[in-house]
Design a protein around this ligand. Structure first.
Ligand SMILES: *Cc1c(COP(=O)(O)O)cnc(C)c1O
Length: 499
């Protein structure tokens, strides 16, 4: 009712059939624009610098009054759409970032439109997530395992370390849920909890150990061999030394596909070691876990199927849009026991809307969760998992082609073995010092990026600056690999002529 004292009631929905119609037109345009963007990626530069005017446009004052969806969308088209970091492009090989897919994009729209609250409850969206988790657990050697979709590999592995600590402390009669990791005067002294991983473990482990209150020193970094795999003898010595000093080792992290070089630890050996030493075995398979799906690649990550827990992304080698990752825990009881939190406003019911409780909220930290599962579920169904496997194998074959070209060219050097989809290389003609090579290769990398030809990133291998080409790119072709190599050689020779 409208009266002078009661302003008209409002909603964010379009307010009339006419408004719905004009919003429908705008929505169709949004879909068309994005599909056109995806269809024409190859004609676009891999990256372009943002003009100063765009930076200015993106530092506006608070919009107290709206300009309407059409005008706001125009702002997106002009100032946002052209200036991402390039990860959709066929020649983006930086860090480890997935491309996403057109179907995944549309699924995210459907998920947002349906907008289910994914803490749990036994509704169709929950069954979709549970079905997806069951598929993933079966595919990755953990049938019957418990899992939950999370934002990324960092969160997946952090949650798993939480489960590991809870489980191993419980075996010792320590209740980390009640007592935390603090020393209470009415509790017996217990040595600090420590866990292990190779020095090539991704930076999530440091965040996890700090966040959990264990402290950075509780993550024990084990040296690697010349193939960048954890040294098992060093691991055994470190665990024995720590035990002798009264510390409590609780977990070993094995990596399936390290971020630097794509190396995988000897997961079978770690599994065996963990069984013998009664340690939790976690695998960080952020991208590399999916190599397990391939008959050709499985041997590299053999033993992954013996993990107590596994963290991996679907937004890297799974090709789905951000964010989508998964943590799996073999023992559903211990997973739930680590995180389940009873709440009176969620009294268990066997009927009605809340029947089924909150299984997903009970498997991690998040309560409110989005419907990330839909894009994975829809893509698996539409494309089939076998196609995903072929895409992974395609990336590995492309990387092998890159390695072949590097090894055949006297001006190029492979700085580390490239067993999977990551190659660390440099331009290294004879007669140039390491120091000069670092400067030259830094410049090559920046020129490749700034020219929009391609986006590799960098790392340091054995103290040497490496151009790092990580390929989780379902749009890349062999010819794109050639463009990158040719570009490195061309810029390198130009620099040499000038220098
Ligand atoms: C990317 C990556 C992570 C972190 O995953 P996010 O999804 O970025 O949080 C962890 N480990 C490895 C080996 C990675 O490549």
């Amino acid at each position: 009712m409208t009266s002078p004292n009661n302003p008209p009631e409002e909603t964010f929905d379009p307010a009339s059939p006419e408004e719905w119609e004009s919003f429908r037109i705008l929505s169709h345009r949004m879909v068309d624009d994005m599909l056109t963007h995806l269809e024409n990626l190859r004609e676009q530069p891999a990256w372009r610098e943002m003009p100063a005017s765009v930076r200015t446009a993106l530092s506006e004052p608070i919009p107290r009054t709206g300009v309407g969806a059409d005008a706001a969308y125009l702002d997106f088209v002009q100032n946002v759409l052209p200036y991402p970091d390039g990860n959709l492009h066929p020649r983006f090989f930086g860090w480890v970032k997935g491309n996403g897919t057109a179907l995944g994009m549309m699924a995210d729209m459907l998920a947002s439109g349906l907008n289910p609250h994914m803490a749990g409850f036994n509704q169709a969206p929950a069954l979709v997530e549970q079905q997806l988790i069951d598929w993933l657990a079966e595919l990755l050697g953990m049938p019957g395992g418990s899992g939950v979709l999370v934002t990324g590999g960092t969160m997946a592995s952090t949650l798993a370390i939480g489960v590991a600590r809870f489980a191993k402390a419980r075996e010792l009669g320590i209740d980390v849920r009640e007592d935390g990791v603090q020393q209470w005067s009415d509790r017996p002294q217990r040595g600090p909890f420590v866990f292990y991983g190779s020095s090539e473990t991704h930076g999530w482990a440091r965040k996890a150990t700090e966040f959990m209150g264990l402290g950075n020193r509780a993550f024990r970094r084990v040296p690697v061999d010349s193939d960048y795999r954890i040294k098992m003898t060093a691991l055994a010595e470190m665990v024995a030394t720590d035990r002798a000093a009264g510390l409590i080792p609780f977990c070993v992290v094995g990596t399936a596909g390290t971020v630097n070089t794509g190396a995988s630890d000897d997961l079978t050996a770690i599994a065996e070691f963990c069984r013998r030493e009664n340690l939790w075995f976690h695998v960080d398979g952020a991208f590399g876990a999916l190599a397990y799906l391939s008959d050709k690649l499985r041997a590299q990550v053999a033993g992954l199927d013996q993990a107590d827990s596994l963290g991996f992304d679907l937004h890297k080698w799974g090709d789905l849009p951000f964010e989508c990752a998964c943590v799996l825990v073999r023992d559903p009881e211990v997973h739930r026991a680590t995180y389940a939190a009873p709440a009176s406003y969620l009294a268990a019911a066997t009927r009605g809307v809340i029947a089924g409780g909150l299984p997903f909220a009970d498997r991690g930290i998040d309560l409110t969760r989005g419907f990330k599962a839909l894009k994975a579920w829809l893509s698996f169904k539409a494309e089939g998992v076998d196609k995903l496997v072929r895409m992974i194998e395609q990336n590995v074959a492309q990387t092998q082609h890159l390695v072949d070209r590097v090894e055949a060219d006297p001006d190029l050097e492979l700085l580390a073995p490239a067993p999977l989809n990551i190659a660390c290389i440099r331009y290294a003609p004879a007669g140039i010092t390491n120091e000069q090579l670092d400067a030259v290769n830094t410049e090559i990398l920046l020129r490749l990026q700034e020219s929009g030809v391609a986006v590799p990133s960098s790392t340091i291998i054995d103290g040497k600056f490496a151009i790092r080409i990580a390929n989780v790119n379902h749009r890349a072709r062999l010819s794109d690999i050639d463009v990158v190599i040719d570009g490195i050689l061309r810029i390198g020779r130009e620099l040499r002529e000038i220098g």
